[in-house]
Design a protein around this ligand. Structure first.
Ligand code: ADP
Ligand code: MG
Length: 250
């Protein structure tokens, strides 16, 4: 679903990604873990064009989003192709990013109507089904300000799913939440995984990484240090740096 190869990225001359590669297969759940500042968010943001890569290539479902060049920066597909390819990926952020002036329902139907040009009634029927799935149909006419953090994040997940993405990217979706609210968001994500959604999840939730993810990637200082099946990753980490990190987390 995603093949990223040798991604490099610098901000103001500071190298943040030093050649990151990742293969994400259909139906696979991959957890990305690592210390703060290691480049996890930047990598995720590069995958769906929220950041422009300097070097490397990104192929999504067989289509090149960006192609490495022998010299100079990676070459991107046309604007129209970039938009179309990025629509295959839904993203959920740590900070929810709901529109505060719109109700829950309006948040979920906005993009399907304006971007996908769905008829309003169709978008509403679909949104209701998704809100029901995340357990928030009763809140459809509330404004985000009236919701708990866990509820906001589940609305954000429903909103991303409303665009029918093939891949879901999560950037620390529970880091802003209290433990009891984290549980309800993780439950929703686990349910998505059980429905075979392809997911790339940056997380500090080691339980989720161990139990739900098929594979775990450990990043440090802009590099992938270790990538392994989650069972093996936790039972027999190969690198000293991984062991130190896990020792701090568990
Ligand atoms: P992580 O998500 O693993 O905590 P990030 O990808 O957010 O790491 O950040 C990696 C490094 O890149 C950090 O040093 C951060 O300060 C820097 N960085 C991230 N985004 C920007 C930006 N837009 N401008 C400048 N520096 C940035
Ligand atoms: Mg981050």
């Amino acid at each position: 679903m995603i093949e990223a190869t040798g991604i490099t990225k610098a901000f103001n001359g500071v190298q943040v990604l030093r050649g990151v590669s990742l293969t994400l297969r259909k139906g696979e759940v991959v957890a990305v873990i690592g210390p703060s500042g290691s480049g996890k968010s930047t990598f995720l943001r590069c995958l769906n064009h929220l950041e422009i890569i300097d070097g490397g290539s990104i192929v999504v479902e067989g289509e090149a989003l960006a192609t490495a060049q022998a010299e100079g920066p990676s070459r991107y597909a046309s604007d129209a192709d970039v938009r179309r390819i990025c629509r295959k990926m839904g993203m959920v952020f740590q900070s929810f990013n709901l529109f505060p002036h719109m109700t829950v329902l309006e948040n979920v139907i906005e993009a399907p109507i304006t971007v996908k040009r769905l008829p309003r009634a169709t978008a509403i029927a679909k949104a209701d089904a998704l809100l029901d799935k995340v357990g928030l149909l009763a809140k459809r006419d509330n404004y985000p300000g009236r919701l708990s953090g866990g509820q906001k994040q589940r609305v954000a997940i429903a909103r991303a799913l409303a665009m029918e993405p093939d891949i879901m990217l999560f950037d620390e979706p529970t880091s802003a939440l209290d433990p009891e609210l984290t549980v309800e968001v993780l439950r929703t994500m686990r349910q998505l995984a059980e429905e075979h959604m392809t997911m790339l999840v940056v997380t500090h939730e080691m339980g989720f990484a161990r139990e739900v993810a098929h594979r775990v990637i450990f990043m440090d200082d802009g590099r992938v240090v270790e990538s392994a099946d989650s069972a093996r990753f936790f039972s027999a980490p190969q690198h000293e740096r991984t062991r130190t990190f896990l020792g701090q987390m568990l």
